[in-house]
Design a protein around this ligand. Sequence first.
Ligand SMILES: NC(=O)C1=CN([C@@H]2O[C@H](COP(=O)(O)OP(=O)(O)OC[C@H]3O[C@@H](n4cnc5c(N)ncnc54)[C@H](O)[C@@H]3O)[C@@H](O)[C@H]2O)C=CC1
Ligand SMILES: O=C(O)C1=N[C@H](C(=O)O)C[C@H](O)C1
Length: 265
Amino acid sequence: MSKLRVAVIGAKGRIGSEAVRSVEAADDLDLVATLGRGDPLEALADAGAQVAVELTHPDSVLGNLEFCVGHGIHTVVGTTGWTPERLDTVRGWLDASPGTGALIAPNFSIGAVLTMRFAQQAAPWFESVEVIELHHDNKADAPSGTATRTAQLIAAARSEAGRPPQHDPTTHGLDGARGADVDGVPVHSVRLRGLLAHQEVLLGGTGETLTIRHDSLHHSSFMPGILLAVRTVPTVPGLTFGLEHFLTDGPGAADGSAATGHQGA
Ligand SMILES: NC(=O)C1=CN([C@@H]2O[C@H](COP(=O)(O)OP(=O)(O)OC[C@H]3O[C@@H](n4cnc5c(N)ncnc54)[C@H](O)[C@@H]3O)[C@@H](O)[C@H]2O)C=CC1
Ligand SMILES: O=C(O)C1=N[C@H](C(=O)O)C[C@H](O)C1
C-alpha cells in the first residue's frame, strides 16, 4: 500500500519539530516537505503533499490553511487563537473545495481531550467552576485554546442542564483579578518558564470541591493524537473541530490504528 504523503508547516518549532520526528518514524507515512517561516507554500503542492500538519502561530495559520484547502490538501491544525469568525472563514474555503478535510484541534493529547469531557460531565453538578491554565513563557495566546474550549463546553453543559449563570460576588477588585470571562466561566492564565502545558478545572459545590487536572510534560504527549488525525482527516471532508470526533474507535485508535470519524463542526 502506498504511504500517505505528509508535510509539516512550522517544522522548526517546539511541537513542529516533534511532529517531524513522529511522521518520519511512522511506517505508513512519508514526510515529503517541512516548511519554516518564509518558505513558499508552493513547496507543499510541488511535493505532492496529501496532508499538511499546521503548527505555527495564530498570525500565520489562516494564510497557510487557505492555501492548503485551496489546493485540496487535507490539513491537521494544532495552532490556536480560533474565534467563531475565523472558523466561519475556514468553513467558507472548505465549502469551495469539496472533498477536502480540515481538523482543528485545540489539544492533541488524550488526557486533555478527556479533561474536557470530564469537565463537561461534571459542570452541571456544581455551583461554581473556574479554569486555570498554566503554560510555558513563550506562548502567544491567552487563554489557551484548550482552556477556551473547556470553558465553552462547560458553559454549554450548564446551560443545557438549566443551571443559571454563576454568581460572581466581587464588588471591589483590580481589573483582571477574576480572569477572562469565557461564556461566563472565569479562565485564569499563568505563564511560567519551566512549564509546558497544564490545566486545572476547579468545581465547587456544597461542602466539596472537585479538581480535574491534566499535565502535558513533553511534546510527545501530542503525537499519538496528531498521527491519528493525519491518518483520519482524508476520510472526513469539511471542518472538524476537536480531536474527540476522531476518537470514535476507542483507545486503540490513539495508539496508531486507523479510525473513522464524523464531523464535529
Ligand atoms: N493543539 C495542540 O495540541 C497544540 C498546539 N500548539 C500550538 O501550536 C502552535 C505552535 O506552538 P509552538 O511549537 O510552541 O511554537 P513555536 O514558536 O515553537 O513554533 C512555531 C514555528 O512556526 C514557525 N512559523 C511561524 N509562522 C510560519 C509560517 N507562516 N510558515 C511556516 N512556519 C511558520 C515559527 O518560525 C516557529 O518555528 C501554537 O499556536 C500552540 O498553541 C502547541 C502544542 C500543542
Ligand atoms: O502553546 C502550547 O504549548 C499549547 N497550546 C495549545 C493550547 O493553546 O491549548 C495546546 C496545549 O495546551 C499546548
